[in-house]
Design a binder for this molecule. Structure first.
Ligand code: UDP
Ligand code: MG
Length: 148
């Protein structure tokens, strides 16, 4: 089954949105496979966002991500990468639909509360970076109520 890396960014933590965001993935039916509450350093944040290193907002983005603890998670399920991005909403909250996390809880593109992998391949890379120790092996007892 597909996995994705989801991170509640420092603003999401500071604003008390941790339970709300986890709840949306849980209630959708996805399975939590890994979770930790950590503060990362600049070198780590630069690695996570390496693809964006040439962008003008890169320095500010790294400062933002290291500014406080984040909730790093691995979620699993059918199409979880694409559907997870739909739950999160467009990068710029001005364009995120109401009902999405960013649409409901964010205003500025540089304070958009949550990260989600943009492809299954990047998901695998991000999970390896954030969870080198591996994730939990389990299957929800609700599995047959969520999948045919
Ligand atoms: N970002 C920003 N300014 C921009 C574009 C992006 O501060 O003009 C930040 C924003 O926090 C975004 C992150 O950089 O979530 C990563 O950008 P990406 O294009 O990968 O968006 P995402 O995949 O998070 O929707
Ligand atoms: Mg991205």
């Amino acid at each position: 089954m597909e996995q994705t890396f989801i991170m509640i960014k420092p603003d999401g933590v500071q604003r008390g949105l941790v339970g709300e965001i986890i709840g949306r993935f849980e209630k959708k039916g996805f399975t939590l496979r890994g979770l930790k509450f950590i503060t990362v350093d600049s070198a780590f944040a630069e690695k996570h966002y390496a693809d964006l290193s040439a962008k003008p907002f890169f320095c500010g983005l790294v400062e933002y991500i290291v500014s406080g603890p984040v909730v790093a998670m691995v979620w699993e399920g059918k199409n979880v990468v694409t559907t997870g991005r739909k739950l999160i909403g467009a990068t710029n909250p001005a364009e995120s639909a109401p009902g999405t996390i960013r649409g409901d809880f964010a205003i500025d593109i540089s304070r958009n509360v949550v990260h989600g992998s943009d492809s299954a391949e990047n998901g695998r890379k991000e999970i390896t970076l954030w969870f080198p120790e591996g994730v939990a092996e389990w299957q929800s007892s609700l599995h047959s109520w969520i999948y045919e």
